[in-house]
Design a protein around this ligand. Structure first.
Ligand code: NDP
Ligand code: 2IT
Length: 443
């Protein structure tokens, strides 16, 4: 398999789609051996087929603000691959959203969903709408207008969206409400729903919990645990929150959280009441990081990233390409032993290369943050059965899924020296299942 040739062709076809091309290259580079050992994939042009989305929907989303002014945003749904199940993946509302970012996320989702062992294909969607600073009624009108178009392509057995950056319980509620009005159906068409209207216990915490469960498995391979470890976390959204809760529960000290404008360092540790305080701010749509520094008297490091802090474990939980080569150097120099990605593709290729070269424990998002979508899958199961599982039942299943994903990475990613390359392991394990299904189905 000639990765450079495939990438050249793909670059010509998708000019300027930097994030999408970055995500594809990473996967292709790690599956070269497996593709060469299985000529049936090349013979059937599986690579050329897997990098092309099944369908890309782009639509206009007009909405009125509280003053009666009309705005127009752009909506998307990328239905990337349905070989192993209905399309499944989140919706992102953020001003930076564009086709490249959603295609990278949709492509990653194929392999992530495959790793969960649940029957889910890969998709992603969203809009360049910014929910920040908008009133509830503005967000509601936007979501309703967005669903007017999205309803045409989703369904509980065809495509099941969920949340991502900027899309949490409130947005899912408004989207689902409109879906129900339009279809007269009460089905599990969206996940991340509220508990009173079809949601699953533990879904809000699931991505962060799953990330920590995965890191726990990695640490175990070196006879280490979270107990007494110092943890640096970026972001303070849905994923960072769950990761902080679970890391603290396992006896670690979380010393940072961050926003796009900087981070706070709390040497005493962020836990208990401090986490509750941040949740209150989040619920009322306020900034979290800077107010935290005033409330608890710690320094806000303006324009800086948390990776300069001395830590044993780093959990990047904010956004793509937020941890670059310089950051990786600092983490390694400060003795960090484990980097486990809660966000999607937060480490740049240069950073990933350094982590692997130094043989530290490094897990890519598509393995480490799969607990979110896995629990979405569990929400779909509960919706289909019209039954609700207890928090313990969902959490136990989530934990087991993360242990199994870790085992798949070890199986496919261990090199001759015994080092586990989790990037390779995750990509190979995720790819094999989908590629074989594509062959079987003639996709
Ligand atoms: P949220 O919207 O809940 O939170 C995003 C957080 O990241 C916010 O605290 C935001 O701060 C912060 N942030 C945004 N940009 C930057 C930046 N450049 N530097 C530092 N912080 C930043 O999103 P999620 O927690 O849901 O998503 C976070 C990541 O996890 C994304 O990569 C997402 O794709 C991924 N993910 C999410 C899953 C889920 O179930 N929600 C599942 C798997 C992966 P602010 O609000 O101030 O902008
Ligand atoms: O990136 C992700 O895996 C998510 N945003 C969650 C997707 C989902 O369908 O739960």
């Amino acid at each position: 398999m000639n990765v450079d040739k495939i990438m050249n062709d793909l670059t010509k076809k998708n000019p300027g789609e930097v994030e999408f091309l970055q995500a594809v290259r990473e996967v292709l580079e790690s599956i070269v051996d497996v593709v060469e050992a299985n000529p049936q994939f090349d013979e059937a042009s599986i690579i050329e087929r897997i990098v092309e989305p099944d369908r890309v929907l782009m639509f206009k989303v007009p909405w009125a603000d509280d003053n009666g002014n009309i705005h127009v945003n752009r909506g998307f749904r990328i239905q990337f691959n349905q070989a192993i199940g209905p399309y499944k993946g989140g919706l992102r509302f953020h001003p930076s959203v564009n086709l490249s970012i959603l295609k990278f996320l949709g492509f990653e989702q194929i392999f992530k969903n495959s790793l969960t062992s649940l029957p889910m294909g890969g998709a992603k969607g969203g809009s360049d709408f910014n929910p920040k600073g908008k009133s509830n009624t503005e967000v509601m009108r936007f979501c309703q207008s967005f669903m007017m178009e999205l309803v045409k392509v989703i369904g509980p057995e065809t495509d099941v969206p969920a949340g991502d950056i900027g899309v949490g319980g409130r947005e899912i509620g408004f989207l689902y409400g409109m879906y129900k009005r339009l279809t007269h159906e009460h089905t599990g068409v969206l996940t991340g729903k509220g508990l009173n209207w079809g949601g699953s216990l533990v879904r809000p915490e699931a991505t962060g919990y799953g990330c920590v469960y995965f890191a726990k498995e990695m640490l175990k391979t070196r006879n280490e645990t979270f107990k007494g470890k110092t943890v640096a976390i970026s972001g303070f959204g849905n994923v960072a929150w769950g990761a902080a809760l679970k890391a603290v529960e396992l006896g670690a000290k979380v010393v940072t959280i961050s926003g796009p404008d900087g981070y706070i360092y709390d040497p005493e540790g962020i836990s208990g009441k401090k986490i509750d305080y941040m949740l209150e701010l989040r619920a009322s749509n306020q900034d979290i990081v800077r107010p935290y520094s005033y409330e608890f008297g710690v320094e806000f490091h303006e324009g800086k990233k948390p990776w300069e802090v001395k830590c044993d474990i780093a959990l990047p939980c904010a956004t793509q390409n937020e941890l670059d080569g310089e950051d990786a150097k600092k983490l390694i120099a400060n003795g960090c032993i484990c980097v486990c990605e809660g966000a999607n593709m937060p480490s740049t290729p240069e950073a990933v290369e350094m982590f692997i070269e130094k043989k530290i424990l490094f897990a890519p998002g598509k393995a480490a943050n799969a607990g979110g979508v896995a629990t979405s899958g569990l929400e779909m199961s509960q919706n289909s059965m019209k039954l609700n599982w207890s928090a313990k039942e969902v959490d136990d299943r989530l934990h087991e899924i993360m242990i199994n994903i870790h085992a798949s990475c070890v199986m496919h990613g261990t090199d001759a020296s015994g080092y586990v390359n989790y990037v390779k392991g995750a990509n190979v394990a995720g790819f094999l299942k989908v590629a074989n299904a594509m062959l079987d189905l003639g996709f």
